[in-house]
Write a protein that binds this ligand. Sequence first.
Ligand SMILES: Cc1cc2nc3c(=O)[nH]c(=O)nc-3n(C[C@H](O)[C@H](O)[C@H](O)COP(=O)(O)OP(=O)(O)OC[C@H]3O[C@@H](n4cnc5c(N)ncnc54)[C@H](O)[C@@H]3O)c2cc1C
Length: 395
Amino acid sequence: MNDLTCIIIGGGHAGLGALKAIKEETRGMANGQRIRFVLIDKQPGHVRKVMLFRPAAGGEEIMIPWTHYGFSEGVEFMQGTVTSVDSGEKRIRYTDAQGNDARIRYDLLVVAAGSIVRRPDPDQGGIALTDPQAAADIRERWRANLRQAAGETNPKERKRLMTVAVAGAGNSGIETSAELALAMQKEASTLGLNSSDISVYLLNAQERLFPEGPEKAGRKLDQILSDCGVTVLHNRKAMREQAGVLTLSNSDRLPVGLCIWTIGLIPNPALRSMGLPLTSEVQVLVDECYRVQGMSGVYSIGDCARIVDPSTGKADQMTCKEAGPQALRLGKIVMADLEGRSAPVHKSFLDTFGFGLGQNRGLMWVRKWGLDIIITGKLAWKVKKLGWDFASWLR
Ligand SMILES: Cc1cc2nc3c(=O)[nH]c(=O)nc-3n(C[C@H](O)[C@H](O)[C@H](O)COP(=O)(O)OP(=O)(O)OC[C@H]3O[C@@H](n4cnc5c(N)ncnc54)[C@H](O)[C@@H]3O)c2cc1C
């Protein structure tokens, strides 16, 4: 009897989780047929996207080669960029690592093509923290600036070279600014500079930090960031960085050595031409069991899918704390569909969020039974680190 082929598009936090969950639930078999799993991703390894700011600050490697996952029997990895899905022929089309156009048939397909980091207009200057290469460029730039500052005799110019602005104060901007301030202070001391001359500004377009959580958590984040040496400017947007001057929305001009943009995520634009049904925000349209509308055997989860809790009407956000539970549920859904049973339906995850703010600093928030529980310090940092490992299926 022929094998069934289950293809997973995207080995990000959601796709890796889907592979693991479907494999474990089915034990590699369905109705007496063996399931052959194929994970296809355009990258040579899994990018730990949630940790993108770590290489920008400390140079940490966040790409894990696929071989690390020691995929057991029945799983193949293919490097390629999927261009379209033909649900009639049950085939996907992709460009392989050598640039060749290729096709592969599926019986089951999981679309987990994720999101990309939003970029400012090119004339707005600075560097957007979009991927590991951009993170490396950012690190190279601020370190070069500090080396230059060490030999600079003009105090104003030295101060500028020791100043960084982080534009966008979502969780990525918050985490980036904290880690960066600590890393820059350390490097400044090594170079014989005064570490207290390091200035990291975090530009927040909103009135307070973390508007999704309670005010108290926002205030605590402000405090921890200030302890790290970050100055948060609320109600301020970065407009444009040019020749070492950052213009803000209130017309203030801030001399900076570097402006880093961390202005959020958008669903993967490649979805536009894949032939999948999409919402106006370019997310895949799925039902409450992650089945793609009108395409038999096709599922979608993670940042690229519009997933709504049918009991509350609440849509999941683009976070991996939501992608993880979706992946686990997808394993059960696929198994139920293969056996013709009724499948579990989507349910929103707990209201919770964690911030890693540099070694032994963090903030965790959970809302349960109407209570806001906030943990800070070493424990929050440890939980956050565990979260990063779980998100990349390393535990
Ligand atoms: C700096 C930063 C910090 C974050 N912090 C948190 C946090 O603290 N907590 C939290 O819950 N969330 C956080 N997020 C959000 C989190 O990273 C995303 O929700 C998560 O990455 C979604 O996982 P995904 O698998 O859906 O998508 P992605 O991680 O985007 O993975 C998509 C995968 O698909 C591959 N791919 C894309 N297009 C194609 C194609 N055409 N063909 C083949 N492969 C393709 C990509 O290479 C990638 O491997 C953060 C994001 C950033 C950028």
